[in-house]
Write a protein that binds this ligand. Sequence first.
Ligand code: IMP
Length: 435
Amino acid sequence: MANTVLIGAQWGDEGKGKIIDLLTEDHDWIIRYQGGHNAGHTVEIGDQRYVLHLLPSGILHEGKKCIIGHGVVIDILSLLSEMDEVVGRGLTVEGRLFVSDRAHLIFPYHRLLDENREFTAATKDKIGTTKRGIGPAYADKSSRTGLRAGDLLEADFPDRLRRRIQDYNRQLEILGADIADEDELVRQYTEAARRLKPYIADTISLLNKAADSGESILFEGAQGTMLDIDYGTYPFVTSSSATAGGACTGGGLAPRRVDRVLGVIKAYATRVGEGPFPTELDNSEGAALRNAGNEYGATTGRPRRCGWFDNVVARYSAMVNGVDAWALTKLDVLDEVDIIKICVGYKYEGKTFDVVPARVRILEKCTPVYESFEGWKTPTSGVTSYGDLPERAKAYIERLEALTGVPVAMISVGPGREHSLVREEVATADHGRAS
Ligand code: IMP
């Protein structure tokens, strides 16, 4: 099977966890390449529900190997507790999980700084972060002051951590924020380092050796294109490269070895946190989507902002990620909707256009131009093949394909593995990359 990159094409929460879980069967290795425990991938297997934040979803499949790549920022206490949880549910992690020695670490002082920034920012400047310390940890990485997983293997790790805590506490004190408990943190993290050591590896060599020997790799994107640090609605973004390019820079495989890119789109749109969202429905229609789709953050529990599918965003995502095919999720959430809309352009100062502007000040003033569709008003979650979907649902999907210029290979009509329709002819098509 091909090396596959899976990305979210909207603002995250597209339902990637389930699609990754389905694709895992066809791959030997599953790797997370960016983000941290700000992500929440929900996977339902039978009557079991798993919410994974840092562990690649492949951990739920015994026999598959998983990597946390160097593009990820790791809160080791959070990782260890997630490992304990999956082990508690009867899965193994030993010999199956490898943590990059180059991955940067998140410490409580990052979280305290993140919380403080969010707390003190003027309303218009709030990002609405998950307050997990993601931004400050990536800032340390770029400032070249971060600690990496490989540093946990060094004898002087406790001293280096202590110096960082002291530095940060000085900053936090100036800001009037809570400070970290130096002795307690050094003790906690020295113990955590001892536990994590056996999992730390040179994952770049590991991954490339696996690829050389013909094993296949699935890159598990977190967040989404519009939250990418470069491509997203900056500054209302996360601090990592959530797009397909990030799979190479944060995973460790060269671009030419990626065979296909699968994008995940939800049949409507959601966003958590602040920032422009042109198709947002801040009304009863949005509330109905939130209820039907259970749109509450898997990590923070925050209600998600809901709106119509935005084709300007989807086309942009298809372009910047080089998407070969879509996985379309949560189609069933639209089952009861009378009139469904797709945004096909933005209006700004009397002009209509169909590209995502770089400046959020423009994007927040854009009003959507919609195409409307009669809803199918028929339950779809029991449907098992594409041909059996209601005609109006197929028309909606085919319009999405025409507008985005990308075929839909998979459709999800419910949370379980069984609620998945695969269009084999699209899913197995040679996208002209493999040599
Ligand atoms: P941070 O990643 O915690 O710094 O948050 C930055 C922005 O990304 C905020 O708007 C968050 O709500 C959003 N965000 C981060 N992770 C996710 C996710 O997994 N799904 C959806 N939004 C996310």
